[in-house]
Design a protein around this ligand. Structure first.
Ligand code: AMP
Ligand code: FE
Ligand code: FE
Ligand code: ZN
Length: 288
């Protein structure tokens, strides 16, 4: 088997259903032309892209791993939980995500009011136009501010207005860790900690926190990630092995909204090992 055959998956990507810039169909076409054999679609707090993704994946001859990325309440850093290999029609998960989305729409309205109160000439229509019909979030506000010339870059939009602590920011409603893991399990999925280093914990703290999550039902962690160095991957692989967690790998591809993250660039520029997905399926079968 060639190296290309052994490393050809990417289990963390976004579409226009959340803050990615490609539709699910466009993403599947890119997955095929990139040479991926399997791709996880993990939009933020929504399963809405998965039907279209499944149809397109079949047409392109790529395996779709249905997923989601949920923002979890956590006292420091950022905790994002991936649900992978889940049922896109799971009623409990769908209902809870719908509530999160209603709360997100309220938050968007309040952030728009704040921007307008700050004298920024930006309308809801302009922000919606950036989202391509999918769920709206701060990146779309940033794009609208950029398009109108109010800021010179997305970074400036976040730094001056949208980041936590900035004047237009309103915190996002988040869900508890235990509930998140339960919902993913009820949907038949595996709960995988995304980009563990964004928890911003030192090595000892990281080990004990992930151990605690494993005791709550965590199945695995994203050791291979576009932003990890080879040394970080090495340390995370050892941690996963010590804790008996399955290993995932993803690029966090968003398209033009995060142009530095290329599809399939998971492990220092290469896709993740295909064997990871087999191990995940075995883990899922052993849970059932
Ligand atoms: P939201 O869910 O509306 O809070 O938006 C979250 C999105 O905003 C995620 O995709 C983040 O990566 C992105 N984001 C957060 N902070 C920044 C920043 N400082 N610069 C660019 N993007 C950011
Ligand atoms: Fe995102
Ligand atoms: Fe994330
Ligand atoms: Zn992501």
């Amino acid at each position: 088997m060639s190296t290309a055959e052994m490393c050809s998956i990417d289990l963390h990507t976004h579409t226009t259903a959340s803050d990615g810039s490609l539709t699910p169909s466009e993403l599947m076409a890119l997955a095929r032309s990139t040479g991926l054999t399997a791709i996880g679609v993990t939009d933020h707090d929504t399963l809405e892209g998965l039907d279209e993704a499944a149809r397109a994946a079949e047409a392109e001859g790529v395996e779709l791993v249905p997923g989601v990325e949920i923002s979890v309440r956590y006292p420091h850093g950022r905790l994002h939980m991936l649900g992978l290999l889940l049922d896109p029609a799971a009623p409990g998960l769908l209902q809870r995500l719908e509530l999160l989305q209603r709360n997100r729409r309220n938050r968007n309205d309040r952030m728009l009011e704040r921007m307008q109160a700050l004298g920024l000439e930006i309308t809801r229509e302009e922000v919606e136009a950036e989202a391509g019909g999918g769920q709206i979030g701060r990146p779309h506000m940033a794009m609208a501010l950029l398009r109108k010339g109010i800021v010179g870059s997305v970074k400036e939009a976040f730094d001056r207005y949208l980041a936590s602590g900035a004047p237009a920011h309103v915190p996002k409603d988040k869900i508890e860790l235990t509930e998140t893991i339960e919902l993913i399990h009820e949907a038949g999925g595996l709960a995988i900690l995304a980009h563990p280093l964004t928890l911003r914990l030192e090595e000892v703290g990281l080990r004990s926190e992930i151990g605690r999550m494993r005791d709550m039902g965590l199945d695995g962690m994203e050791c291979y990630y576009s932003q990890h160095t080879a040394a970080q991957v090495h340390d995370l692989l050892r941690l996963a092995r010590d804790l008996g967690l399955v290993v995932s790998g993803g690029s966090d591809f968003h398209g033009a909204s995060k142009p530095d993250l290329a599809l399939g660039a998971v492990d220092c520029g290469r896709p993740a090992p295909t064997a990871l997905l087999h191990a995940m399926k075995e883990r899922k079968a052993s849970r059932a």
